[in-house]
Design a protein around this ligand. Sequence first.
Ligand SMILES: *Cc1c(COP(=O)(O)O)cnc(C)c1O
Length: 389
Amino acid sequence: MNLTHLECSKTGKNYDASRVHNLSEAGAPLLARYDLEKAAQSMTVEDLRSRRTDMWRYAEVLPHKNYETLISLGEGWTPLRKAPRLQKTFGMDSILIKDESVNPTGSFKARGLSAAVNAAMERGIRSFAIPTAGNAGGALAAYAALAGAEAVVYMPADTPAAFRQECVSAGATVVLVDGLISDCGKMIAGIRNEKGWFDVSTLKEPYRLEGKKTMGYELYEQMDGKLPDVILYPTGGGTGLIGMWKAFDEMEKMGWITKDMKPRMVSVQAEGCAPVVKAWKENEPKATFWENAHTCASGLRVPAAVGDFLMLEAIRESSGSAIAVSDTEMMEFSNEFARLTGIFPAPEGGAVLAAMVKLRDSGYIKKHETVALFNTGSGYKYLEAYLQK
Ligand SMILES: *Cc1c(COP(=O)(O)O)cnc(C)c1O
């Protein structure tokens, strides 16, 4: 294992990685740090070719001790698909779709939760709690089921039925809350110590981020050592955006890429819940709580994110951008996505396509640039949103 320590993302203070942690004393996310020089020696592009075809192929830059015994449903190593009909329709030369809908439990939450559950179990944890807007709860429930661990899932009472049912079926305790994911998070924080639950909220433990960052490594391998010019990513808690940016940083330190190869990171949000877009436009270092958050894209219904400042940093450092789309546009483009690619996307996937068209029209994205669209989940859990249209 090359994990050396955890580092506070605000103060830089170091923490012992052999123990479980939530936030740092400064109330900020902890970031996993590795001996990257050592990692680079064995994790070469040539060596990677013959490895297992899931995210555990990147063992050298993951925080786990034993890769033989960890629990897995085959998360990660999702296809990066060409999209010729999207290109033709929208006048672009190169659109790639990172299709995260084929992950276990139908979304990329599988990456983060498998990383977090395995890391916590290696450190003695057997009982987990999570606040969720949708997919995260299902992913935790699935890995807890596989491991025989306890999962407690708090979700808004108006979360679509599929998200709820997958947790119930997997044996999780589901608590329906009259409120948003932020309210669910507060309720867990109030009783987790008394109950003995380990809180795996987004960025409130260090390893979901590590699972999500593997998307960045996969892009590099699947593009034969290149990276896209622009990444369009539907942003809720921000683990994917922050995680990929961390991966690119690690890749630079390992000598895989140069700084100028890093993509521009674009955060896509819903008009009914766009705290990062607002902060970006107002040039603020962090976001403010978004009142009355509403959108059919459950994964984007996150009114406040503890990692907001890290998202804004990644967007700024990469010359990226942030943009909101309406639910109507989102659903229109979700159907367009399906019609032109054969992939039935989560509304979050439709949102990035809608955003791409807007950014092409505004001139931010050029015709000749390579654009990676993240379809972060499957449409099957969002039938209510599709039927409402
Ligand atoms: C959770 C979720 C998102 C947001 O992901 P973050 O990395 O936490 O910002 C986007 N799309 C879907 C389908 C999700 O479930």
